[in-house]
Write a protein that binds this ligand. Structure first.
Ligand code: SAM
Length: 237
């Protein structure tokens, strides 16, 4: 197994932000929303008007905006510590004519506890591998969560060999702009393995969450948690 090589946490270089915001993540972003739908269906629960959906490490807001469209009566909050990303997300929200009550962005680093005990969904995509200390993410969850909160975190997983890194780069970003090729390689090398994530969740006492490998390059963490204020002793499975 190749060792983990962390990359810079924040994506704040203008060229990097532009290239990332212009990239087409349509199918993987849609798959994330469909996965949330499926998890709700499996649990027999649904979001109700006024529910609060949180997108951590929201970047240019592609997923936050999609959540706001899919659940128009919920309030979506995107959080990111890169000012360039939040500015890009805000511009996109304005262009889409979406009111701040439905979608707002917060410039803040993780761990973020800005919405105590209110979240019904906490999602992140491609965030975990950026964190030098992954507990910055896991320690956010219970303080943000309401009584019953769905969590879904998707990220790359680290390939076991340098050759596998080369193969994934060749397969998925060979034709992408140079800055995206560079970032993709760095992200694969900075990503965690399923076993590492399971150990992080044990440390955070969140090991009832499910961790699974997805396709040839992703991992996914999902499940339900009870927030700090819920009064429930056990997290709901
Ligand atoms: C690869 S982007 C993913 C953006 C978006 N979630 C998506 O899937 O398109 C990762 C984002 O996480 C943000 N990020 C990384 N570390 C962070 C931290 N410690 N606090 C807040 N945001 C962070 C970066 O600035 C960047 O915008």
């Amino acid at each position: 197994m190749i060792p983990r090589t962390p990359e810079p946490e924040l994506m704040n270089e203008p060229q990097q932000v532009q290239a990332y915001a212009a990239a087409d993540f349509e199918s993987s972003d849609q798959a994330l929303v469909e996965c949330i739908d499926q998890l709700l269906l499996d649990s027999g629960r649904r979001f109700v008007p006024g529910d609060c959906l949180v997108d951590l490490g929201c970047g240019p807001g592609n997923i936050s905006e999609r959540l706001a469209r899919h659940w128009p009566t919920c309030a979506v909050v995107g959080v990111d510590a890169a000012s360039q990303m939040i500015e890009t997300a805000e511009s996109s929200r304005r262009r889409a004519g979406m009111a701040r009550e439905r979608l707002r962005y917060v410039l803040a680093p993780l761990p973020w506890h800005g919405l105590q005990s209110q979240a019904t969904l906490i999602v992140s995509n491609s965030l975990l591998h950026h964190l030098h200390d992954p507990q910055k993410l896991w320690s956010c969850l219970r303080p943000l969560a309401g009584d019953q909160c769905l969590v879904l975190h998707r990220d790359l997983r680290r390939p076991s060999t340098a050759m596998a890194v080369d193969q994934l780069c060749e397969r998925y970003v060979a034709d992408a702009p140079e800055v995206l090729q560079r970032d993709y390689r760095a992200s694969l090398q900075a990503a965690f393995t399923v076993e590492e994530v399971k150990a992080q969740l044990r440390d955070a006492q969140l090991d009832h969450l499910q961790v699974r490998e997805l396709e040839d390059r992703y991992l996914e963490i999902s499940g339900w948690i009870a927030g700090c204020q819920s009064g429930l002793d056990q997290p709901s499975a």
